[in-house]
Design a protein around this ligand. Structure first.
Ligand code: ADP
Ligand code: ADP
Ligand code: ZN
Length: 213
């Protein structure tokens, strides 16, 4: 099964992705994680992405698409993909759909997590992220067992440089301007299930399962 887990920054996509992938045999493809890995390794792609990420802007569509198209050719994703943080523009959505049509790849649906902005700001400012595996935590709602250490891989857990108040505001504005229209695009294809993303992590997980039938 191939799914898009959609939602504004901080909606809980990364938090929900792990158990969904395990349950439905999908591999998570999180474009933000890929950029951060490149940043850490100081690649050309990482350098290019940094300037956009730090400003709360989107990395250009053609850069994102090249990366995703390459990733879709890998052996491990042939059993199923869970997109997290992609597509983020109508253009990226069109590129994915055109590629899917020409390659026989089938999108099962788009699960859209809905969370109001004021809650997103609280979630993002309290978010902590593992530098090694990308797992996310929250200082109040979901802290790691040992402060500063990832439960899953024992990596270092820190605050992302774009989870500061000013950048969070810019990212939310970017979401409303450029990313929210992606939902209308997939709505017109009858592919979107909206899920209330407010409430406990387990409650949201249950509602996602209900939406998936
Ligand atoms: P969030 O946790 O806010 O959903 P991500 O980790 O998905 O954040 O993305 C972090 C940043 O990486 C974004 O603010 C953007 O600059 C860049 N980015 C990630 N995915 C995409 C994409 N599909 N298109 C353009 N930019 C992206
Ligand atoms: P996204 O990947 O959509 O940007 P994350 O999964 O990283 O979002 O979640 C953003 C922050 O909110 C993290 O600190 C996470 O621990 C926290 N969080 C996720 N789901 C919930 C929830 N249902 N209730 C409260 N906090 C949550
Ligand atoms: Zn980790």
């Amino acid at each position: 099964m191939n799914l898009i887990l959609f939602g504004p920054p901080g909606a809980g996509k990364g938090t929900q992705a792990g158990s969904l992938c395990a349950e439905f045999g999908m591999v998570q493809v999180a474009t933000g994680d890929i950029f951060r890995r490149n940043l850490k390794q100081n690649t050309d792609l990482g350098q290019l992405a940094r300037s956009f990420m730090d400003e709360g802007q989107l990395v250009p569509d053609e850069v994102v698409w090249k990366l995703v198209e390459d990733r879709l050719g890998d052996e491990d994703v042939q059993s199923g993909v869970l997109f997290d943080g992609f597509p983020r523009t109508v253009k990226q959505s069109e590129l994915l759909v055109a590629w899917a049509e020409s390659s026989g790849w089938k999108l099962a649906g788009v699960v859209a997590l809905e969370v109001p902005d004021e809650q997103l700001v609280r979630r993002l400012s309290g978010r902590r992220t593992c530098l090694d595996c990308g797992s996310t935590y929250h200082v109040d709602h979901n802290p790691p067992a040992v402060e500063g250490t990832c439960d899953r891989c024992a990596g270092k857990v820190v605050q992302r440089s774009d989870d500061t108040e000013a950048t969070v505001k810019a990212r939310l504005a970017t979401y409303h301007q450029q990313t929210a229209p992606v939902l209308e695009f997939f709505d017109s294809k009858g592919l979107v299930s909206r899920v209330d993303g407010v409430g406990g992590i387990d409650g949201v997980a249950g509602r996602i399962r209900t939406a998936l039938g």
